[in-house]
Write a protein that binds this ligand. Structure first.
Ligand SMILES: Nc1ncnc2c1ncn2[C@@H]1O[C@H](COP(=O)(O)OP(=O)(O)OP(=O)(O)O)[C@@H](O)[C@H]1O
Ligand SMILES: [Mg+2]
Length: 298
């Protein structure tokens, strides 16, 4: 199923689990974004047989998927097929949902993300997440972006760090004169870009975005899409989107999920196929994928 299964093993500079933590990888150590063809780039996530149950009821099963460094991978599929459930497996957010259990294996830079000695807080520091609904803290704009760096002790040149994160999230010009004002006074689209700035401020390795543009106007959406593309110079990006044009515009790889209905009528999410985005949209291997991307299903 995975067309990139011949990919060489992870580069030696990868962050590794270090008895309870994941060592950091500085920006300078990261491989140049376009130095290698996509399928030869480092494997950031290697998922094998990943499934999730909620209260014992299976919602997603048997996901085999590799996610490569310095690329955008889009997760698409009909509502309820498990896209959010899957993306939450990548930074252990499902740990926070009572009754949720994850099976199968998720390797992050070659290390078992679910090893008992790996600290989920450390994981979420390295693997940031932006949600569908913006969730700024009830603090000032500045304090929202400075929050992560302060908690992590990254206090040097904090003003610069905040400015850079806001610039990268294409928000700086709109807020530079009101940094001390409350974040909840921003528009929905501005709040979402603030949440992206907050995620960027701690210099994560990976950014996960679950439908980040669904509440945004076309101009903000376009700005976020440009941002996603620019982020791949330094980061690995995984997005969930219902917007086919968005997946086609920004994603290097696209994974199509769907829902299987068992004999008992139980519905369960599955990964149908993953491939280069142009292949998924022009010549997918599966009829189900074609039906979805051409709008005949879902
Ligand atoms: N916290 C939860 N508790 C119980 N069941 C859940 C929970 N979250 C998701 N599910 C179930 O898991 C399945 C997959 O849901 P999920 O939210 O991952 O789908 P999705 O593909 O992200 O859908 P959408 O496109 O609507 O966001 C659904 O049947 C859903 O009801
Ligand atoms: Mg979802």
């Amino acid at each position: 199923m995975d067309p990139t299964s011949e990919t060489p093993p992870a580069a030696p500079s990868s962050p590794v689990a270090t008895g309870g933590g994941l060592a950091t990888l500085s920006v300078e150590d990261r491989p140049a974004a376009d130095a290698l063809p996509l399928d030869q780039r480092e494997v950031v996530f290697d998922c094998e047989g990943v499934g999730v149950r909620y209260d014992g009821k299976r919602a997603l099963r048997d996901v085999d998927l590799r996610i490569h460094a310095n690329a955008v991978t889009a997760l698409i599929g009909p509502s309820g097929c498990g896209k959010s459930t899957f993306i939450r497996c990548l930074n252990r957010m499902n740990d926070l949902i009572p009754g949720a259990s994850v099976d199968g294996a998720v390797a992050y830079h070659g290390e078992n993300l679910y090893h008992p000695q790996v600290d989920p807080i450390e994981v979420r520091k390295r693997i940031g997440m932006v949600f569908q609904k913006p969730n700024p803290f009830p603090k000032s704009i500045y304090d929202n972006v400075a929050f992560g760096p302060r908690v992590l002790g990254m206090k040097d040149q904090l003003d610069d760090r905040v400015e850079q994160a806001l610039r990268r999230a294409v928000l700086w010009d709109e807020v530079k004169d009101r940094l001390k004002e409350g974040a909840l006074g921003l528009s929905g689209g501005q709040q979402q870009r603030l949440c992206i700035a907050r995620a960027l401020a701690v210099e994560p390795d990976v950014i996960l975005m679950d439908e980040p543009c669904s509440a945004l106007d076309p101009i903000s959406t376009s700005a976020i899409e440009d941002l996603m593309l620019s982020l791949t110079n330094e980061y690995t990006v995984v997005i969930v989107t219902h917007n086919m044009q968005q997946a086609a515009r920004v994603a290097d790889m696209t994974a199509f999920f769907s829902v299987d209905q068992g004999e008992t009528g139980a519905r369960c999410g599955v990964l149908v196929e993953v491939d280069r985005t142009d292949k998924i949209f022009t010549n997918p291997a599966h009829e189900r994928t074609e039906a979805y991307v051409t709008g005949r299903f879902g």
